[in-house]
Design a protein around this ligand. Structure first.
Ligand SMILES: [Zn+2]
Length: 284
């Protein structure tokens, strides 16, 4: 199966009240682990690729790995640019084979965010590519972009609804209290904001910073209208912790396969648990 746009599965997710996971791809092992987990549970999913990860892996390898995953698994998989910062980078990704892009204009003024997002939507939709927009700023650190938690502005429901109506995005990330990275305590998620927005627009709300959010809060978010949840940090932690354990136990290890195999296995378990929690098993 070729890579698909998020519209192949997000409308179904919203109607069926479950969420599809975006799992970020940072290297080949991440891609293999995510695909294996989704295959076992017969779930659609989204490969998220940040601009930093794109720089790390290179455009050709990124697209080739995602295409290989789709071909091998037969699952509906979207290759999605995460937090795209400009029209240009979004177009570059689409031309290279991405089936979905996020344009994050949350650092611009509200009106400017609408104007820029609209341009991306127009160009992307003409090529059958789905678009995610962002409103309000999500706290934490994503790649090299750090947003102080106190500066993270929650989305205003009326603005989010107008943003959707004017831009026509296929899903909308709104700042509701989650943050990128791991949490020190429990996040304070504003389910009321999710509900107000999700009930007024036909597309799902996206929850960024899904790593480390307690299961009950994830379930509540989905019930309120979240249809896409982003997970990256938990896989990074599982991968690195496993490698650290292996190397600490045996100083003589030099074959990367000796620590990458268990690291990959650890990520399979993380992704499987998220797919079950999000309710997307058997929805491929
Ligand atoms: Zn994010």
């Amino acid at each position: 199966m070729p890579l698909v746009s998020m519209n192949e599965f997000l409308p179904k997710a919203k109607a069926g009240k479950y969420a599809v996971g975006q799992f970020n791809m940072n290297n080949l092992e991440f891609a293999q682990a995510i695909t294996e987990a989704a295959q076992e549970l017969n779930s659609p999913f989204i490969f998220g690729v940040s601009e930093g990860a794109l720089k790390y892996m290179g455009m050709e390898f990124t697209v080739a790995i995602a295409e290989a995953a789709a071909k091998k698994s037969g699952l509906p998989i979207a290759l999605h640019l995460d937090h795209g910062s400009s029209f240009e980078v979004a177009m570059k990704c689409i031309r290279a084979g991405f089936s979905s892009v996020m344009f994050d204009g949350s650092h611009y003024s509200f009106e400017e965010n609408i104007r820029l997002t609209k341009e991306v939507v127009k160009a992307a939709h003409a090529m059958g590519v789905s678009v995610e927009g962002e409103l309000g700023t999500i706290g934490g650190v994503e790649d090299d972009i750090s947003v102080d938690e106190s500066d993270a502005n929650l989305a205003k429901p009326e603005e989010a609804i107008r943003f959707y109506e004017e831009t026509g995005v296929d899903c909308l990330a709104i700042a509701v209290g989650t943050a990128h990275g791991m949490y020190a305590g429990e996040p304070n998620i504003r389910f009321d904001i999710i509900e107000k927005v999700a009930s007024a627009i036909p597309v799902p709300v996206v929850l960024h910073g899904g790593s480390g959010v307690p299961d009950e809060m994830i379930k509540q978010s989905i019930a309120a209208g979240v249809g896409k949840i982003n997970v990256n940090t938990e896989n990074q932690v599982a991968c690195t912790q496993t490698i650290r354990d292996v190397l600490n136990k045996d100083a003589k290890v030099y074959d990367p396969r000796k620590y990458l195999t268990p690291a990959r296995k650890a990520m399979v378990e993380v992704v499987k648990s998220k797919i079950v929690l999000f309710g997307s098993s058997n929805q491929a």
